[in-house]
Design a protein around this ligand. Structure first.
Ligand SMILES: NC(=O)c1ccc[n+]([C@@H]2O[C@H](COP(=O)([O-])OP(=O)(O)OC[C@H]3O[C@@H](n4cnc5c(N)ncnc54)[C@H](O)[C@@H]3O)[C@@H](O)[C@H]2O)c1
Length: 342
């Protein structure tokens, strides 16, 4: 078991390799009432969560289908019925969509009540539940409404991963490998044997995110390095109509960012090759159709990370060392896309 400290608007810990029922026992000892929010598939797959007189359960739709204002209103309504006050707590048990929506509801009920995350997907464990970003989707865009509101603690029970599909597992590994590319090359040597190394890999990824978030909680600059691969990745995710998993789109985005870094920051050809080799070994996609460029280029300029009409990319000067690529022109972007397109 390891405990990682996160310094955000308050200090909290991420406990890795714990038991979910021990986590619930710890939470209940600190609060009057506890509302456990979980998607229906987790509720079905894990029926033997500890029961306690202080617990109330709220089932919400699976994954992204729950990440909206309707679910937030359902949570507010239940909180009102239970007369939830500031010494009560919300616990989110699920993937990133569940922790995002439950965390957002916690941040808004009575201007903020304590909440805890018990992530069940790999993407949730290494990314969504760490760092205090909560939010929902709207018809006009994904994740545009939200808050920075950290949990009291994050509990990672690795046994949840047993029921995760291989595809979702690999998509989660994309965020782990990203941490290796931007800051912790040790991850890259361990990731090939990911099954044996999973606890250590999660720990290294959480440590990386915790360090970055600790330096720049509200993403004024440093935190942007976590967006390596995300600029094109978000555009690909949208262009695929969300048929590609976030991690799969980010995988292609990282190959693109590596190629761009080769063109503009002298990242070596071998280091670009390390990207494609490792991502392919994890069965993650590394290219996207050539004919999609005009759509992707339009989407790139609509991204919420565009500032003053300029698309910003996180690049690498070498593996483990990030740099900002500001104002890359259309010709350079297109030329780069052609090197990764299928
Ligand atoms: N807040 C942040 O900083 C942040 C960062 C990255 C991603 N996100 C968000 O996280 C979401 C993606 O997270 P995700 O990949 O966990 O997807 P998800 O929460 O949509 O879950 C995907 C599916 O897997 C199921 N699932 C979860 N755990 C499972 C398990 N152990 N066994 C079997 N099925 C399981 C879920 O119920 C769901 O049906 C997106 O909404 C994204 O915007 C947030």
């Amino acid at each position: 078991m390891s405990l990682i400290k996160v310094n955000a608007e308050h200090r909290y810990h991420v406990e890795i390799d714990c038991d979910r029922n021990d986590a619930l026992a710890e939470i209940v000892s600190n609060h009057n009432k506890v509302l456990l929010i979980l998607p229906s598939d987790i509720n079905r797959m894990y029926p033997n969560l500890t029961r306690h007189s202080k617990f109330e359960f709220l089932k919400i739709p699976n994954g992204e289908a729950a990440k909206n204002i309707t679910t937030v209103q359902t949570i507010w309504k239940r909180a009102a019925q239970l007369k939830f006050a500031r010494n009560d707590a919300i616990v989110a048990i699920g993937g990133g969509a569940t922790t995002d929506v439950a965390g957002f509801a916690a941040s808004t009920w009575m201007r903020g009540i304590p909440w805890y995350a018990i992530p069940t997907s790999l993407a949730g464990m290494v990314d969504a539940a760490i760092g205090g970003k909560t939010g929902i989707n709207q018809s006009f865009g994904k994740n545009l409404v939200g808050s920075f509101y950290s949990p009291q603690k994050v509990f990672i029970d690795l046994s949840f991963l047993d029921s995760l599909s291989q595809r979702d597992f690999n998509a989660g590994l994309a965020e782990v490998i990203k941490c290796g590319f931007i800051k912790r090359p040790e991850i890259l040597t361990r990731i090939v044997e990911y099954r044996q190394n999973i606890a250590r890999l999660i720990e290294l990824a959480v440590r990386t995110k915790a360090e970055v978030v600790g330096q720049d909680f509200k993403e004024s600059r440093t935190r942007e390095i976590l967006n390596y691969g995300h600029t094109l990745g978000h555009a690909i995710e949208k262009d695929s109509n969300f048929k590609l998993r976030h991690g799969e789109a980010i995988s292609i985005g990282m190959v693109f960012a590596a190629q761009l870094s080769n063109q503009l920051l002298n990242l070596t050809v071998q280091e670009v090759q390390t990207h494609t080799d490792l991502l392919s070994k994890l069965n993650l996609p590394i290219s996207y159709p050539k004919k999609r460029w005009s759509s992707l280029s339009n989407l790139l300029f609509q991204d919420k990370k565009v500032r003053n009409g300029r698309v910003r990319f996180i690049g690498l000067t070498r593996i483990g060392k990030t740099a900002w690529l500001e104002d890359v022109n259309q010709i350079e972007l297109k030329r780069c896309y052609e090197t990764i397109a299928s």
